[in-house]
Design a protein around this ligand. Structure first.
Ligand SMILES: *Cc1c(COP(=O)(O)O)cnc(C)c1O
Length: 499
């Protein structure tokens, strides 16, 4: 296949003097001059190719990638769901594209209305009083939320004594990391055999030195935390606050609200639940919501609606408005208002779903339980469910074949499916965490189930096929030990013989 030629590195395809472009001649008056101090002495070693070669190279490379637009992507904890293309049209709209964030508010009233309506919609969905959309991701929202919590304790003269944040052992790694970065000591709390938080263990760790308890609901093993009201009571009576990690909000959307459960501060991953394609570090947003009484600590800038119906931006240079609103903000956590295009997509999603948004959670749960029950005779199911939007297998049921979760994941690639999340959560040795999401059809789920069953059969009958997978992907089975011990991270390292 030609594609093999073009899938070499673009540097390998380079031939001195080949050109794929022609630039207009410039006259000296138009030339852009770099001061000699900054000018480079030698020409950069850029690849030189003809146009067909460069086009074929990048076109072929683009098809080596796996995305939710090319196949089923059941990555647990990350909610890789199909995002309607119509929501992409919103930020691409001619009116939004050319706007500059420094424009005076009077010239960008439409954009500010989008921002404000999303703040209100998320507050309604989360059962919170107010949202700041600014943080760039879930983890950034966690850090911001913990800083809000610290401001609250400080205002009560308890900033110094509340040093601890309690995090369940099933939590996503960002929870303890955010707490540590916010300057707190992280205290781990145990889970019960059914995957939910051990309330007695949690109670034993509460005290006047605790600032907050961070929880995810449904939690990262896909189980609904039924004891939240009792936990919230205990946490509040010791003066601490409840933080809700909203990464799994898609399981509750329109059905239950974290604010009603007793959470004080939360974040939402717009790129998981509200229609932003992500992966590869692509743009996200982790808005932070707070219950009544905590609004004034939220970061700036924020958008407010004035009595006359117009929108203003409250920022640190806007003293009078700050005073009127009695704000005591954290300051800034993002440049300008944050990732605006993500907000436009989220609002387009919420408005286009309308009341149907109530279907998201139940359908996500139905799909997850369907896949779980269709495979639980061949994969080990440590927590029997019923689950919410995702669940965890502890590898293949038959452990005698020597085939691991890693083998299953790689073999799935051969069959045209992205692998589920593997080796997370850390509660089990062979975790295989599957989240189908609500947007997948019965046919897709059945094809995935068939592939997973085929892999379980192969593990028993042809384990070598599994252990050497993948067999038909652009990159085959690398030597994982070699890759970990001697990673070739640059082109130079690759060409110097290590591959
Ligand atoms: C994804 C995720 C996070 C982190 O969110 P990012 O947007 O990736 O920073 C936190 N908690 C849980 C449970 C998650 O699934």
């Amino acid at each position: 296949m030609n594609s093999q030629l073009y899938s070499k590195l673009i540097f390998e395809l380079s031939r001195p003097g080949r050109k794929g472009h022609s630039l207009p001649k410039y006259t000296s008056g138009q030339a852009f001059r770099v001061s000699a101090r900054y000018a480079r002495e030698e020409a950069p070693s850029l690849p030189e190719t003809d146009e067909p070669t460069v086009v074929r190279h990048y076109t072929n490379s683009s098809t080596n990638n796996f995305g939710v637009d090319t196949g089923f992507y059941p990555l647990g904890s990350c909610t890789m769901k199909y995002n309607p293309k119509v929501n992409e049209a919103a930020p691409a709209d001619a009116g939004l594209g050319p706007l500059h964030p420094a424009q005076p508010a009077s010239t960008v009233q439409g954009a500010l209305e989008i921002y404000h309506r999303l703040q209100r919609a998320l507050s309604e969905i989360g059962g919170m009083s107010e949202f700041s959309l600014n943080p760039y991701a879930g983890a950034h929202g966690e850090l911001t939320g913990l800083m809000v919590i610290r401001s609250y304790h400080k205002s009560r003269g308890e900033g110094a004594m509340r040093r601890k944040v309690i995090v369940p052992d099933s939590a996503h790694g960002t929870n303890p990391a955010s707490a540590a970065i916010a300057g707190y000591d992280v205290v781990e709390c145990k889970s019960l055999a059914d995957g939910t938080v051990d309330v007695e263990d949690l109670r034993s760790k509460l005290g006047s030195d605790v600032a907050a308890v961070m929880m995810t609901n449904p939690n990262t093993v896909g189980m609904f935390e039924k004891n939240i009201p009792a936990i919230a009571d205990a946490v509040h009576s010791c003066g601490a606050l409840m933080y809700y990690d909203g990464a799994n909000l898609n399981a509750l959307l329109g059905v239950a609200r974290p604010g009603d459960m007793g959470f004080d501060v939360m974040h939402i991953n717009l790129h998981k639940t509200f229609s932003t394609p992500h992966g590869g570090g692509g743009p996200g947003a982790g808005p932070v919501g707070v219950r009544e009484g905590l609004e004034k600590y939220l970061p700036l800038p924020r958008v407010v609606r004035e009595a006359d119906g117009s929108y203003s931006v409250v920022d640190s240079d806007n003293e009078s408005l700050r005073e009127v609103l009695e704000l005591d903000p954290l300051g800034r956590v993002s440049s300008w208002l944050g990732n605006f295009a993500v907000y436009a997509k989220a609002l387009a999603y919420i408005l286009s779903m309308g009341k149907d948004i109530e279907q998201v959670g139940p359908l996500a749960c139905l799909n997850a339980n369907y896949v779980m029950n269709s495979l639980s005779d061949v994969y080990a199911l440590p927590i029997p469910g019923p689950c919410k939007h995702e669940f965890v297998f502890d590898g293949l049921k038959d452990k005698s074949t020597g085939c691991t979760t890693m083998n299953v994941a790689k073999r799935l690639l051969d069959m045209g499916f992205h692998a589920p999340t593997i080796y997370f959560p850390l509660l089990f040795h062979e975790s295989l965490m599957i989240e189908p999401t609500e947007t997948e059809s019965r046919e897709t789920l059945d094809a995935f189930i068939a592939a997973m069953r085929e892999i379980a059969r192969e593990a028993a009958e042809a384990p070598e096929t599994l252990k050497t997978a993948p067999h038909n992907t652009p990159v085959r089975h690398p030597d994982e030990n070699e890759a970990a011990l001697h990673p070739a991270l640059t082109y130079a390292a690759l060409t110097s013989g290590r591959s």
